[in-house]
Design a protein around this ligand. Structure first.
Ligand code: GUN
Length: 287
């Protein structure tokens, strides 16, 4: 039997509706709308599309969006100054610097400059540390979205064996931490992993987050597995595909995310959730 599709667009729409309803309730009680500031340096076309999608989502759920398009030759010091100003601004709940930044920026310093309470990407070492210590506060959006997709299947994943392919700071590593937190027996594969096919064959949950089309031939997928493809790769003919060969994987998996329309929409939805969570956290902290 072919796999059931995990409809990321539908789950994202549910998440956005829930965030929108919570914001409407708060507004009716006289509280202000949450505010997300986005900083976009340079003119990378994909980054412009991503930021536009994020700002559109803000509009849909009732989050105020502040946007600063910045020139590619902006200095590192000037970007840090802008972050300082947003950190100090009480009306700003979330700060998102779109990555990748041009090469003259020190991305680590940029991430660490954002106040952890406003770090709606969940990339600050404080927020990653909280996730590692099983006390998550603001959680990296893509892995958080994958957990929502897994919950949507209704499968009890506790005790299952997962393989995460990809060990990036922003997706692979926090993905493994989320799965551990959920009681999943978790392995991470990366560029030095030997016999990837055997690791994949062993995985009851497979998450691929590398960004290489065809990295995982569908024939490797364990029959009955839950397959989450985080990769979004544009082929020369214009098609968008994931990291896993979809057709063969669909014939073997029990559940699978489509590309596009799987994980992608969840990242934006969880950013909206995090912006509301950040506002609520800041309210609690200020009494
Ligand atoms: N670039 C690609 N994905 C992301 C993301 O989730 N957050 C930020 N800030 N930049 C990105």
């Amino acid at each position: 039997m072919p796999a059931q599709l995990i409809d990321g667009k539908a789950v994202a729409a549910q998440t956005l509706a829930d965030v929108q309803a919570q914001i409407a309730t708060r507004r009716a009680a006289g509280l202000r709308a949450p505010c997300l500031a986005t900083l976009l340096v340079g003119d990378d076309p994909a980054s412009h599309v991503y930021v536009r999608n994020k700002r559109d989502a803000c509009g849909k759920v009732g989050i105020t969006s502040r946007h600063e398009p910045l020139p590619a030759d902006l200095s590192h010091a000037a970007l840090l100054d802008m972050i300082d100003a947003l950190n100090a601004d009480d009306e700003v709940d979330g700060i998102l610097v779109q990555f990748p930044l041009p090469s003259h920026f020190n991305t680590t310093e940029v991430i660490e400059r954002i106040l952890p309470t406003k770090d709606v990407d969940g990339f600050h070492p404080y927020n990653l540390g909280r996730l590692a210590q099983r006390q998550p506060v603001l959680r990296p959006c893509t892995p958080y979205g994958v957990m929502a997709l897994l919950a949507h299947t209704g499968v009890n994943i506790k005790g299952m064996r997962a393989l995460v392919i990809g060990a990036s700071n922003h997706v692979g590593r926090p993905m493994a931490l989320e799965l551990l937190l959920a009681g999943v027996t978790t392995t991470t594969a990366h560029r030095f992993t030997r016999n990837l096919d055997q690791e994949v064959a062993n995985a009851e949950i497979l998450v691929a987050a590398v960004g290489k089309p065809g990295l995982v031939p569908g024939a490797w997928v364990r029959p009955g597995a839950i397959v989450i493809d985080v990769g979004i790769n544009r082929l020369a003919d214009g098609r968008l595909v994931g990291d896993i060969t979809a057709e063969a994987a669909r014939a073997r998996a029990a559940w699978i995310t489509p590309v596009p329309g799987g994980v992608g929409p969840m990242t934006v939805a969880m950013l909206m959730r995090n912006t509301l969570t950040a506002q609520q956290g800041r309210e609690r902290a200020s009494g």
